[in-house]
Ligand binder design. Structure first.
Ligand SMILES: O=C[C@H](O)[C@H](O)COP(=O)(O)O
Ligand SMILES: C=C(OP(=O)(O)O)C(=O)O
Ligand SMILES: [Mn+2]
Length: 450
């Protein structure tokens, strides 16, 4: 390991001094230091060469030659790192990507919000229940969800637990995606089953039938290669807790460059994208492909300044802008951003997060989102890009492979009264398995007809 390269990285203390939003306040610096030391001694979770491969794929997205599907939980939890859970998430993402690949007629880059998505920025530092106020839950990487004083105290050991949980998740994902589980014929047969059983299945039959014929044709002409049995799949999460990301920033022995080896792709959240803040600084120093969330308050100059700092050489595939305006604002707000960034010749992949601008609290008290709003934001995203002649590069979705009841609507017409049946997210509401697949079929139509 090259100490010279590592010494060019600001220390954790220097990063904190730049101003770091949304960080835990750990009660005992010695315990924190020991957890960070442990992390520094652990092997990388991903290999830098894999990050470069993903960057090459994202460069194709930026050029309009590929489409990105990024999805997974809002907040992973340590308790849910199980074979069933990881399999269900992967399965729904693979199913969606087959439909989208057919419709887009370009490769779909598959990126999980997993194996590291354990830390959450919050709107409020506190949560009040029945008159009792405690520190907010910040994800399993930081503190416990239980509403007790002890559980809400940030515990540095959790960072090590998250590293272990991420290693286990990634190991299983690698096994599934290369070991035969992702076989295209198998994934397509799951989609056929879904169409048969879905409440609005008839609506999706024509497309599923077309894919069926394409598969039969491929089989008939003898396309039966290993390529259909394995897929490339990469990991991503929000780079939020500085101690975790810093400890996993390493020197690539091939190139002597710095990579954050906690995941292939890291993004900066809407609440931590301050130009002179610690998160932008840290991610400006690593070579991974990275993203930035851009909400409705982003000005075109903000976007340009972020691009200049995070991708000064304008390297294709390095930077993804993930817009999350809300269905009501995207048509009005997005054009100015895309216009200016494009006019300046800045290379970015444009991706739509139709989740985070569309949340609200239902009368029942649950945080939720309407399936129709999510879809409408995606439609707005496609409309804006089509009208400007730019490429709507992909989707960033909070979803799960399970039949939870967290978002309203969809073909099953989930209502506020249904939310209590199976609301399991510890942070934001996710599309369930059926809603996610419906979304893929509906977006497929947009891709073909916009
Ligand atoms: O996932 C995104 C944010 O962490 C989340 O939307 C914040 O939720 P809050 O507004 O309940 O804090
Ligand atoms: C925190 C998130 O989103 P944003 O930064 O866009 O609010 C998220 O993706 O979970
Ligand atoms: Mn979220």
């Amino acid at each position: 390991m090259s100490d010279t390269t590592l010494s060019s990285l600001p220390t954790l203390a220097e990063l904190h001094a730049m101003g770091a939003a949304q960080q835990p306040t750990y009660p005992d610096p010695a315990v924190l230091a020991s957890a960070v030391d442990t992390l520094r001694s652990r092997p990388p979770l991903v290999f830098a060469g894999e990050c470069d491969d993903l960057k090459t794929k994202l460069a194709a997205v930026a050029r309009g030659e590929a489409f990105l599907l990024q999805g997974g939980d809002c907040a992973e939890t340590l308790a849910e790192v199980s074979a069933d859970n990881v399999r269900a998430k992967l399965r729904v993402l693979l199913q969606m990507s087959v439909v989208l690949t057919y419709a887009a007629s370009v490769p779909v880059v598959k990126l999980g919000r997993l194996a590291g998505q354990f830390a959450k920025p919050r709107s409020s530092d506190f949560e009040t229940r029945e008159g009792v106020t405690l520190p907010a839950y910040r994800g399993d990487a930081v503190n416990g969800y239980d509403f007790t004083e002890a559980s809400r105290i940030p515990d540095p050991q959790r960072l090590v637990d998250v590293y272990n949980a991420s290693a286990a998740t990634l190991n299983l994902v690698r096994a599934f995606t290369t070991g035969g589980y992702a076989d295209l014929r198998q994934v397509h047969s799951w989609n056929t089953d879904f169409v048969k059983g879905a409440p609005l299945g008839a609506r999706y039959e024509a497309l599923a039938g077309e894919i069926d014929r394409a598969m039969t044709f491929m089989h008939a002409i003898g396309v039966d290669s290993d390529e259909l049995r394995r897929v490339d799949f990469h990991s991503s999460h929000e780079a939020l807790v500085l101690e975790y990301e810093h400890a996993l920033t390493r020197v690539d022995s091939r190139t002597n460059d710095l990579y954050d080896v906690s995941g292939h792709f890291l993004w900066i959240g809407e609440r931590t994208r301050q130009l002179d803040g610690a998160h932008v600084d840290l991610l400006s120093r690593i070579k991974n492909p990275i993203g930035v969330k851009l909400g409705p308050s982003t000005t075109p100059d903000d976007a340009l300044a972020l691009a200049a700092k995070l991708n000064p050489t304008n390297e294709p595939g390095r930077l993804t802008f993930i817009t999350r305006f809300g269905a009501g604002k995207i048509r009005e707000g997005l054009p100015a951003l895309v216009d200016k960034v494009t006019a300046e010749g800045v290379s970015v992949a444009w991706v739509c997060d139709p989740m985070h601008g569309n949340g609200f609290t239902a009368p029942s008290g649950y945080k939720t989102r309407n399936f129709d709003d999510v879809l409408d934001e995606v439609q707005g995203f496609f409309d804006v890009h089509r009208s400007l002649g730019t490429w709507p590069g992909g989707l960033h979705i909070e979803l799960t492979g399970d039949n939870v009841t967290e978002c309203l609507g969809g073909g099953e017409e989930l209502s506020d009264a249904d939310l209590a049946t199976r609301y399991e997210s510890l942070c934001d509401p996710r599309l369930n398995r059926v809603q996610s697949l419906e979304m893929a079929f509906l977006v497929a139509d947009m891709l073909r007809h916009s």
